[in-house]
Design a protein around this ligand. Structure first.
Ligand SMILES: NC(=O)c1ccc[n+]([C@@H]2O[C@H](COP(=O)([O-])OP(=O)(O)OC[C@H]3O[C@@H](n4cnc5c(N)ncnc54)[C@H](OP(=O)(O)O)[C@@H]3O)[C@@H](O)[C@H]2O)c1
Length: 346
């Protein structure tokens, strides 16, 4: 019998059944690569939505969305088209995220329901708390900008938000809930106090920022690691760059492996991510690029020696530093990341 899920794949696409899957603690299967949908300020919502349709047609089934990306309504139209083409809802994995200005208990369900309506779905597969710190981040502000309402991580407040996410699971509106941009000391507390544990932690992961301790911690505690900016976000806006940032796709090791395989260095980053065991969500609106990223998961694996070589090029280079979420004057971005193993005091 023909699988309805493969009916609409382009001739040069990838059978979704061949794409590696992550089996979550719940037993659910999540495709081990997703399409990122953050167009930032250089790709319009319409272009991102068109990429969602095109990506589904080449075999993507996993889409990483968020309210703050400002394009969920158009992505909802794209998903409706995808389903009209014959791809059933249960063959898709759709994630959204609660933005930082909707952490108050009374705001969580309305924010979630807005995303659900915009995405045109009856349930989400995964809903994340986008950042563990409440604040309001106006679109396009520079890294020096500070929000007078920004607050540090206060565990009791985070758990109040989390309990609202748990209720969404109870109501059958979301299958899994998770965290993003967390640290080990914060996750320790959440895992201690959650009734429904986070199924995943979404975190920055690319060859120059491998976060080995957090990555190992997440997996050892039964969560999957979804890796954002897997290519090192080469098109991020100037305001999100600092002079120390390094460029993954220019690393000599990545470039040499890309030459061996005859692919763009971005594809090597994706291969490394999937083979290491994380779930990358590369962004692209170019068919040739998002197709190459998906093909990366099913053909020409990196050798063990290449995997070991890439493990050796970690530079601990965080690109998405979160400066605009700092909550008092005189702080450094490092204060968001609990570098000494304890939560930075308020
Ligand atoms: N949870 C969070 O806080 C968080 C934070 C940041 C990002 N994210 C998620 O992660 C996703 C990805 O991160 P990102 O957008 O920052 O960066 P990224 O995926 O590391 O990099 C995207 C860039 O790489 C280029 N690219 C992609 N595939 C390529 C290929 N095969 N060959 C050559 N170039 C390629 C794209 O250019 P073209 O468009 O020209 O192909 C695009 O400019 C976001 O869209 C979002 O969904 C989540």
């Amino acid at each position: 019998m023909t699988d309805a899920r493969t009916l609409t794949i382009d001739a040069d696409g990838v059978d979704p059944a061949a794409v590696p899957q992550r089996v979550l603690a719940s037993g659910a299967r999540m495709p081990a690569i997703g399409l990122g949908t953050f167009g930032s300020d250089h790709v319009s919502p319409a272009e991102v939505a068109a990429a969602v349709v095109g990506a589904a047609a080449v075999g993507y089934r996993h889409f990483d969305c968020a309210a703050v990306y400002g394009n969920e309504a158009l992505i909802g139209e794209a998903l409706a088209q995808v389903m009209a083409l014959g791809i059933p809802r249960d063959a898709l994995w759709v994630t959204s995220k609660l933005w930082n200005d909707r952490h108050a208990s009374a705001d969580v369900a309305p924010a979630f329901e807005q995303s659900l309506r915009d995405l045109g779905l009856g349930y989400l597969d995964l809903y994340l708390v986008h950042w563990p710190v409440p604040n309001h981040h106006a679109t396009g502000v520079g890294v020096e900008w500070r929000d007078s309402n920004a607050r540090p991580y206060i565990h009791e407040r985070f758990m109040a938000t989390w309990r609202e996410l748990e209720k969404l699971v109870d109501r059958g509106l979301v299958r899994h809930i998770g965290t993003s941009n967390m640290t080990i000391p914060k996750l320790e507390l959440v895992l201690r106090d959650a009734r429904i544990r986070p199924a995943v932690n979404e975190m920055e992961l690319h060859p120059h920022f491998q976060q080995p301790e957090l990555f190992a911690y997440v997996r050892a505690h039964g969560m999957e690691a979804i890796g954002f900016s897997p290519i090192g976000s080469p098109a991020r806006p100037e305001r999100d760059r600092t002079p120390d940032d390094s460029v993954d796709v220019e690393d000599p090791v990545i470039v040499r492996i890309a030459r061996r395989l005859g692919v763009h260095p971005a594809v090597v980053c994706v291969k490394w991510a999937v083979q290491r065991g994380q779930t990358p969500i590369p962004f692209s609106t170019k068919r040739s690029n998002y197709l190459a990223n998906l093909r990366a998961t099913v053909e020409d694996p990196l050798t063990d020696a290449e995997m070991a070589e890439i493990a050796g090029i970690d530079r601990n280079c965080r690109l998405i530093k979160g400066q605009v979420f700092l909550w008092k004057p005189g702080q450094r971005w490092e204060d968001l990341w609990d570098l000494d193993g304890t939560i930075t005091p308020p």
